[in-house]
Ligand binder design. Structure first.
Ligand SMILES: Nc1nc2c(c(=O)[nH]1)N[C@H]1C(S)=C(S)[C@@H](COP(=O)(O)OP(=O)(O)OC[C@H]3O[C@@H](n4cnc5c(=O)[nH]c(N)nc54)[C@H](O)[C@@H]3O)O[C@H]1N2
Ligand SMILES: Nc1nc2c(c(=O)[nH]1)N[C@H]1C(S)=C(S)[C@@H](COP(=O)(O)OP(=O)(O)OC[C@H]3O[C@@H](n4cnc5c(=O)[nH]c(N)nc54)[C@H](O)[C@@H]3O)O[C@H]1N2
Ligand code: SF4
Ligand SMILES: [Mo]
Length: 711
């Protein structure tokens, strides 16, 4: 990729363009950006082997946020009348340090919470974790990955002993006879990934899509399973039941490379096809067709995304699909396997280096004495000084302003007022904090609730690394200098640490120094970056972790010989399907599911400010089946009010036969009256602490036209 680019500056000698990566999703498309900043243009990088030059509309227009008039230019402080006033950096840092000290002196060290996000580079995520533990001395740090892929991460660790979203490169996809895509709308959420499915289909492969909506991804499938929301575990158990009954298994693999199959076999005996049809709504004949396709395939890949994962049984759903992959002997074989399609730009790296409540860098556990000793050594602190595990993201928010809870909060890289479940309640909790700081580029809905807001540089104005959905570590490069008076997140953390008297632990002058320390901190851990450096990333098309030494090339494929579990084998898990935390009833008769649309990204702070993206999706809509719409007298384009036990919101109806009659769908990229998360259920998965974004019970009715105008 970078052969023609000077690795020092990222500029090709003959062209004034910088090779970098998109600021948005985990595909991390390679792109070129060229200046000047005022007229920056972006092109796909045809030599980067993941996107091969393709991008989606968000990537093409990613430069628009750099020059946006609403961009924050100075620190802001909330005045007595509730408005924001600009203040100097010096004043801002002093105000923050004073309030953090005050809260910690009054309520204890753990009364100060930190929330990070999967859009932060590895350097920032690492530094935020170190900042919380060393500069603030709090155990209370977590990140928005809890709301993203935490269920798949927990399941991957339980089954394989290691969580790397895709344990193989995306270029393996075309080799699979069968691909099963579960709860992923990749055609809208990672469009350039579709080239691999297209190539797989061209070679005669089959694509199975599991989704309650006939999404544009599902419309490309050979077989489309339109399951009832929240019934993935029953579906997967039902498919495994048939595979066992028909003997379509890899017994040798099961015997040599796995444990606990017998328990799963006994358990799935209870998932006979008629029963599974009743639970999932998938006809017996279709169950058999899919089982046969998988059973007869020489190679197959099963991929899950948020549809199956964002549920109160998200971990169990993933484990039940992993059971199929293990029973067929797919994991660790070429052109085969199980993978999770990680979502956020650095959703993979962001979950490895210590911004998680129970984690130290290198994907280590914070209670592991060896890990603690190692990290304390790298940080130059006494081991006893390192706090233990803290609360998960949702629980931290719940604890705001409560006795023995959290009283001050630092937020970097998440807009929870829009993206957290049961958002009205979360906004109330955020208001209960005595003091809140938000670091962002724009005044997000969360920043609006803060006491101090700090402006940060954006993706094209800073150096750093991200780890894409394949576990490939990549470099984002600086194309433009930081605008006057705006600092990088890392600089902000260092300045704040210095103001709090901990500057000695945070004296970096460049991002690469933070990376090198991260690499040392991760050495010997599961996500080992010890052999990765900026130079090595430049020389290869990124480096796959684990990469334990300078000579080591990195590992594109995992689990080929053994699993990193104590026995070296993968573990089956016997899973009992459970009802969703909230099933439809007489008052709330429909299922609500939520997700994404192509032109908007996440809470929308960035993409709602891009004209070209608003042109195709300026408002959310509510997808409803024609029959259901008829029952409620709802017509296409008219306002509909949706109400759940948490709240109400108003959307325009999109009447479409692509959704089940018992289900409605709303995208979550907007705040205010049109926020899907006013409706969603915060029921958490007991292990991953993932909320049930994908299923709750809802009622709909016609709303008058004025209700949508108020938005
Ligand atoms: N355009 C765009 N792209 C993005 C993002 C974005 O905000 N916008 N965000 C990025 C991030 S962080 C993420 S995590 C990924 C998410 O990527 P995806 O997981 O592809 O996105 P979603 O739309 O959340 O959910 C996928 C599908 O799950 C289906 N679904 C709902 N309920 C169920 C169920 O019970 N079972 C099953 N099997 N499916 C169900 C929905 O109908 C939906 O089509 O996208 C990334 N890419
Ligand atoms: N109903 C419903 N809710 C959902 C989901 C769903 O499917 N349905 N999906 C969930 C998922 S998978 C996710 S990942 C979350 C995402 O939701 P959020 O965590 O809110 O994600 P973003 O909108 O990306 O928020 C990032 C914020 O930080 C800012 N930001 C971005 N990069 C940086 C940076 O480098 N530094 C700083 N300082 N700020 C930065 C952005 O401007 C933005 O305001 O939403 C979750 N919420
Ligand atoms: S697919 Fe993802 S990484 Fe690629 S351009 Fe779109 S948002 Fe960016
Ligand atoms: Mo996500």
């Amino acid at each position: 990729m970078q052969n023609s680019v000077d690795p020092q500056v990222g500029w090709a000698p003959d062209q004034h363009k910088v090779a970098t990566h998109c600021p948005y999703c985990a595909l991390q498309c390679g792109m070129y950006i060229s200046g000047p900043r005022e007229e920056a243009t972006i092109g796909g990088n045809p030599r980067f082997p993941v996107n091969n030059g393709r991008m989606c509309i968000k990537g093409w227009h990613a430069a628009a946020t750099l020059q946006h008039p609403e961009r924050l230019r100075t620190p802001l402080r909330r005045a007595a009348d509730g408005t924001f006033e600009p203040i100097s950096w010096k004043e801002a840092l002093a105000t923050i340090a004073d309030n953090f000290r005050r809260v910690q002196t009054h309520y204890g060290k753990d009364a100060l919470g930190v929330l990070g996000g999967g859009s932060l580079t590895n350097e920032k995520a690492y530094l935020l974790g170190k900042f919380a533990r060393v500069a603030l001395g709090t155990s209370q740090i977590d990140y928005n990955g809890r709301f993203c892929m935490s269920s798949a991460a927990t399941a991957g660790q339980a089954a394989f002993g290691l969580d790397r979203g895709l344990p193989f490169p995306v270029s393996d996809i075309p080799q699979a006879d069968v691909v099963m895509l579960v709860g992923s709308n990749a055609a809208e959420t990672m469009p350039p990934l579709m080239q691999y499915f297209e190539s797989q289909r061209r070679q005669g492969g089959y694509l199975i899509v599991v989704d309650p909506r006939a999404s544009i991804t599902a419309q490309t499938a050979t077989v489309y399973l339109r399951l009832t929301p929240g019934t993935d575990a029953a579906l997967a158990n039902g498919i495994l039941h048939i595979l066992i009954r028909e003997g379509w298994l890899d017994y040798q693999y099961i015997q040599q490379r796995t444990t606990d199959f017998e328990r799963v076999k006994a358990n799935v005996a209870l998932y006979w096809p008629e029963r599974v049809e009743r639970i999932t709504g998938i006809a017996e004949a279709q169950l058999f067709q899919v089982a046969r396709m998988l059973g007869e395939a020489r190679s197959a890949i099963i991929l899950t995304a948020r549809g199956a994962e964002q549920q109160h049984q998200g971990v169990h759903n993933v484990l039940s699909y992993i059971n199929i992959a293990l029973a067929l002997g797919l994991v660790g074989r070429s052109g085969s396997g199980y993978g999770c399609l990680t979502g956020q730009g650095n959703g993979q790296g962001g979950r490895e280096h210590g911004q998680k409540a129970d984690q130290l860098p290198g994907y280590r556990h914070i209670t592991d004495p060896i890990a603690r000793r190692h990290i304390a050594g790298v940080w130059g602190v006494a081991e006893e000084m390192l706090p233990g595990p803290g609360r998960s993201a949702y629980e931290m928010l719940e604890a705001l302003g409560r006795p023995d809870g959290i009283y001050a909060l630092l937020i970097m890289g998440t807009n929870l007022a829009v993206s957290a479940p049961n958002a009205l309640h979360i906004q109330e909790r955020l208001r209960a904090a005595e003091f809140m700081v938000v670091v962002d580029f724009f005044l997000s809905e969360t920043a609006r609730l803060a006491d101090v807001v700090l402006p940060a540089t954006q993706w094209a104005e800073e150096e750093g690394t991200i780890t894409n959905l394949e576990g490939r570590v990549l470099r984002r490069r600086r194309a433009f200098p930081a605008p006057q008076g705006i600092y990088t997140d890392s600089e902000i953390l260092c300045m704040l640490a210095a103001t709090m008297g901990k500057g000695d632990y945070f004296s970096y002058t460049e991002a690469s120094q933070i990376f090198d320390e991260l690499a040392r901190a991760s050495a010997g851990g599961p996500a080992d970056y010890a052999g990765i450096s900026y130079e090595k990333i430049d020389e290869q098309d990124g480096v796959f972790w684990p990469c334990p030494s300078t000579e080591h090339p990195g590992m594109p494929r995992l689990f080929q010989e053994r699993f990193p579990t104590p026995s070296g084998r993968a573990r089956f898990h016997a899973i009992t399907h459970q009802a969703s935390a909230e099933e439809p009833d007489a008052t709330y008769p429909l299922y609500l599911t939520t997700g994404r649309v192509l032109a908007q990204y996440q809470s929308g702070t960035q993409t709602r400010r891009v004209e070209q993206l608003n042109a195709s999706a300026s408002q959310p809509w509510l997808e409803v089946h024609p029959t259901t719409a008829g029952t409620y007298g709802i017509t296409d384009g008219e306002p509909v009010q949706a109400t759940t036990r948490r709240g109400s919101a108003v959307f325009r109806a999109k009447v479409t036969g692509a959704i089940r009659e018992d289900t409605i769908f709303v995208p979550f990229h907007w705040g205010g009256q049109q926020s899907a998360n006013r409706l969603t259920n915060p029921a958490l998965d007991p292990e991953s602490r993932m909320p049930e974004f994908k299923v709750c019970a809802v009622r709909i009715e016609r709303a008058n036209a004025s209700s949508i105008m108020e938005v």
